[in-house]
Design a protein around this ligand. Structure first.
Ligand code: GLU
Length: 272
């Protein structure tokens, strides 16, 4: 009987030790993954010695991967480089990770990226999830159509119109409000949406005029019509409460605006 008691005590003690070891181990895993992705704070970024920016890879003029060089190029990319130059004294201290309109906030909040600089409009809704810098670009939503299209403005969209847009963008919400009768077809990214427009899968593609300009410059059988029907002020987003990093980005942006660097980049992409 005594032996049996001893045996049970031994089993219970071993079980407790195993549980303890498992708990310690999972804690360690938590810590190490936190370290590898970073909390997006300025201290962690400085320790890593580079900023990981979420950028578009398929949006001409803002962030487009050049297939022949493998480099991502555009206004957002040049601004990101200059921000790194201001913060680290070296424009190469950045890593670029591809985001889409739909994936950018989840990737930021997961810790895969430190900041989003990807044609992103500052909205009150998004402010609930992320913090934004000051405005660094002013766009407005418009329509892209095949030249000669009967659509000349937002007023021409009817229940028979198919409008192409991208998931997770303000454009999809805005178009549903501005043209509630129109059919909206949503795509994962702008490359897919533009391919669909070229293939005749819709009558018009809607998003910011600045992005549509990039598409029209790629294929001159398309044009923007009707001007803009929303305001889309772009901001750089960081994780909510990441004030130190946000302040550093705002300070860097201010410097770029006052030392002429910002205008130089703007003119390079938009004022040729
Ligand atoms: N600026 C708009 C937005 O933030 C449209 C462009 C985009 O999808 O990134 O949703």
């Amino acid at each position: 009987m005594l032996k049996l008691k001893k045996f049970f005590r031994l089993v219970v003690l071993s079980l407790i030790s195993i549980l303890f070891l498992v708990a310690c181990n999972s804690n360690d895993e938590g810590k190490s993954s936190e370290k590898s992705t970073g909390d997006g704070g300025l201290a962690a970024i400085k320790e890593r010695d580079k900023i990981t920016f979420g950028v578009k890879f398929d949006t001409k003029l803002f962030g487009l991967k050049n297939p022949s060089t493998g480099e991502v190029e555009g206004f957002d990319i040049d601004i990101a480089k200059q921000l790194a130059k201001e913060i680290f004294g070296d424009e190469n201290k950045i890593e670029l990770v591809e985001v889409t309109s739909k994936t950018r906030i989840p990737l930021l909040n997961k810790g895969d990226i430190d900041a989003i600089i990807a044609t992103m409009t500052i909205t009150e809704e998004r402010r609930k999830e992320v913090d934004f810098t000051e405005v660094y670009f002013e766009a407005g939503q418009s329509l892209l159509v095949k030249k000669g299209s009967a659509i000349k403005s937002i007023d021409d969209l009817t229940k028979d119109t198919t409008v192409l847009a991208v998931k997770g963008s303000t454009s999809t919400d805005n178009i549903r409000k501005a043209a509630p009768d129109a059919q909206v077809l949503e795509f994962e990214n702008y490359a897919e949406a533009f391919t669909a427009l070229k293939a005749g899968k819709g009558d018009t593609l809607t998003t910011d005029n600045s992005i549509l300009l990039g598409m029209a410059s790629e294929d001159d059988s398309f044009e923007l019509v009707g001007g803009t029907f929303t305001d889309e002020p772009y901001g750089i987003a960081v994780k909510k409460g990441n004030t130190e990093f946000l302040d550093a980005l705002n300070k860097a942006l201010e410097t770029l605006k006052s030392n002429g660097e910002f205008d130089k980049i703007y003119n390079k992409w938009f004022d040729k």
